[in-house]
Design a protein around this ligand. Structure first.
Ligand SMILES: [Zn+2]
Length: 677
């Protein structure tokens, strides 16, 4: 499923500094230049580890935050730019992949053509909506919009069946909003009220650019806000959605149709060329009833305005400058980003989004060696062994559930660097000089690819992130951990750095992803990736009580200004951070015990291996954010801010207190330390 642009940045897990200094492996030195040694590590470890960095780092005007993973993203982007500039040189001898990525990039960089054409490339799509005569035909317009980009009214996507993870099922889910979350439409805080005003200003401006009069455009904006507010009211809260059971409503196709007869689901499936299938999962049935009501109560003209809006909003970044600027202004209000990114930066991102596994092939050719993969595999093994010991040792779980947990752990697969099998883009046509057309064709290609999977066996070789991505993920349905090549670089993973530092950074990331298989969400999936309860009631209760300790702890942290973190929204990530740090440290201790003479087992530059572990850990989370962005993330991001990814974790760890000689009563020694794993 395509991720709306505003949410695209939020899955982020990790980081890397751009030019980490490295020493030869045979004479390790410890170099972390982010620290403020005037701070007591037991008072605020994040300040101690990041203080010097925080004093000098500034958020570049084209970013909404600055952190080591953003630095690494920028470095990756430079590499991708080099690839794309070369690929975009028109040359009949280019291979098919080079032609596609090169011409996509070139069509994006051809700003003069894009500006000259204005709204013209989108006009045929707007005309389709304009020609709609009745509410049945409206469904055709909704289906067409879905295929080429936006998701008006709702989203449709394919995924493994929650109860049979070997088969792909279609899912109908809530959607159809422009702002990042239902809260933006429902909450009456001054910030949310202001954001709705910014939204209607944005809509008014875009409709004016499209050619409506000021008054007409203003009325269109009111219509859209009204419809989206109705959809938001029936949208399920993001925190509740963390429980996959809340979205488990598989039903016969005809029953889904009965939920929302005004929607004409059969017509929709026909329009999108869906293969034949009998069952579909309706993730939020109440939402579908609401969509049914909205179609009934709104006039055909207003519904057409709404669908038109979603086409305009989705295409705006691909149109001429006035559309791009209006779109950016909305983004700016949400994220605090001061300036638009340079065009080449945006163009690199668009190619990564549309042709990620084509561009990714060229990226890994340049950057990713077999030695890196071998060393990662060794660390993954070490981390799995530690988590196994941890499961065996916990006091609160019965042998029965422990056995099931071990089976699940053993079944976790890993993917490192890039896919074994690259996606075949041969059916996707990319044309020089047709930027919006390329965007639409890439979306059509992806929509068909997703829809054609329905009813077929799950392809276990697929990746959900592109190789240059600076991130990692765990998938419950696939029961796998995945690390794109983009993150396997300093400071996350530094081939020449001391092992203690690497275990604190990439080791903790591996531990974090493994622990996701056993957080409040992941624990509901079994070894095969099915939604199946393998916990005894007693163990489930013990888990919930330990998890609620973490939810309460983080729920008391202040994210920005007066806003506290949402302890329940961030519970899974915080559980993974705490468990990940603990099993990574265990893995380091095991590695050091196996080779007491290794340089990593010694004190370096005055720091013990354990201290270097925690410093390596904290450094990747040093971050600065615009306050607007911090506010948005409180509503939508399941991750805690960097400060709490560090301090929240270490204050729960007796191992940290031992490493730094912290005493009871100091801030980094929690009185009520929480621990799940
Ligand atoms: Zn995570």
């Amino acid at each position: 499923m395509r991720i709306p642009y505003l949410l695209g940045a939020l899955v982020l897990l990790l980081t890397v500094t751009t030019f980490a200094q490295t020493a030869p492996a045979n004479s390790p030195q410890f170099k972390i230049d982010t620290m403020d040694k005037s701070i007591d590590p037991c008072t605020d470890f994040y300040q101690y580890a990041c203080g010097d960095w925080l004093k000098t780092a500034t958020i570049p005007p084209d970013q909404s935050e600055w952190a080591s993973f953003i630095e690494l993203e920028e470095r990756n982007r430079d590499i991708l730019r080099g690839i794309l500039e070369k690929a975009s040189v028109d040359n009949p001898n280019r291979d098919a992949i080079t032609q596609k990525i090169g011409d996509y990039y070139s069509s994006c960089m051809d700003e003069a053509t894009v500006d000259k054409e204005g709204i013209v490339p989108l006009q045929p799509e707007l005309d389709r909506v304009a020609k709609v005569q009745n509410k049945q035909e409206l469904i055709d317009a909704v289906a067409r919009a879905y295929m080429i980009g936006p998701n008006p009214l709702f989203v449709f996507y394919s995924s493994p069946d929650l109860h049979d993870s070997s088969k792909v099922i279609g899912n109908l889910d809530q959607g159809g909003l422009t702002l990042p979350d239902r809260d933006y439409y429902i909450k009456d805080t001054p910030q949310m009220v202001q954001m709705r005003k910014t939204l209607t200003d944005y809509i008014t401006q875009i409709f004016t650019l499209k050619g409506e009069s000021g008054q007409q455009a203003f009325e269109s904006a009111q219509t859209i806000l009204r419809i989206e507010t109705e959809l938001a009211k029936a949208s399920m809260d993001r925190t509740l959605r963390r429980d996959p059971k809340t979205q488990d409503h598989k039903m016969a196709r005809k029953d889904a149709d009965k939920l929302a007869p005004n929607f004409h689901l059969e017509r929709y499936f026909h329009d999108i060329d869906a293969p034949s299938f009998n069952n579909v999962n309706v993730a939020n049935p109440d939402f579908f009833k609401q969509v049914n009501g909205v179609i009934a109560s709104e006039s055909l003209d207003d519904l057409k305005t709404y669908v038109t809006w979603h086409l305009l909003n989705d295409a705006a970044p691909y149109l001429s400058q006035p559309f791009v600027d209006a779109h950016f202004k909305m983004r700016q209000a949400l994220t605090g980003q001061k300036e638009q990114k340079a065009r080449w930066k945006r163009c690199v991102s668009y190619v990564d989004r549309g042709l990620g596994e084509a561009l990714g092939q060229k990226y890994v050719d340049l950057t990713f060696g077999a030695d890196g993969k071998q060393r990662m595999l060794k660390m993954v093994d070490a981390l799995e062994a530690s988590l196994k010991t941890d499961i065996q040792d916990v006091s609160w779980m019965t042998p029965e559930t422990k056995h099931e947990a071990e089976l699940k752990l053993e079944a976790i697969k890993n993917k490192i660097g890039y896919p074994d099998k690259w996606r075949d883009y041969s059916k996707l046509k990319v044309e020089r000089g047709d930027f919006l057309g390329n965007y639409f064709r890439a979306n059509l290609f992806e929509s068909h690819r997703q829809i054609n999977k329905i009813g077929k066996p799950v392809d276990r070789d697929e990746w959900e992130m592109t190789p240059p991505t600076v991130n990692a993920y765990y998938s419950g349905a696939f029961n796998e951990i995945v690390f794109p090549a983009g993150i396997l670089q300093p400071p996350f993973f530094d081939k020449s750095a001391d092992e203690a530092v690497n275990y604190g950074s990439i080791g903790m990331v591996i531990g974090h992803e493994l622990t996701h298989g056993f957080d409040d969400e992941g624990r509901k999936y079994d070894a095969q990736g099915n939604l199946h309860d393998w916990w005894t009631p007693q163990d489930a209760k013990a888990f919930e009580s330990r998890a609620s300790c973490i939810a309460n702890e983080y729920g008391n942290f202040t994210a920005v200004d007066d806003l506290k973190l949402n302890g329940k929204l961030t519970l899974g990530e915080n559980t993974a951070d705490n468990g990940g740090a603990r099993v990574a440290l265990m893995a380091l201790e095991n590695t050091l015990a196996a080779d007491k003479n290794s340089p990593a087992a010694k004190t370096l530059d005055g720091y013990t291996p354990e201290q270097r572990f925690f410093l390596g850990y904290a450094r990747v989370w040093c971050e600065k954010r615009q306050p607007e962005y911090s506010r948005m993330l409180v509503s939508v991001d399941p991750h805690s801010p960097g400060k709490y990814r560090v301090d929240g974790v270490v204050q729960n760890m007796p191992e940290f207190q031992k490493a730094w000689g912290c005493k009871a009563g100091q801030p980094m020694v929690s009185q009520n330390a929480c621990r799940v794993w």
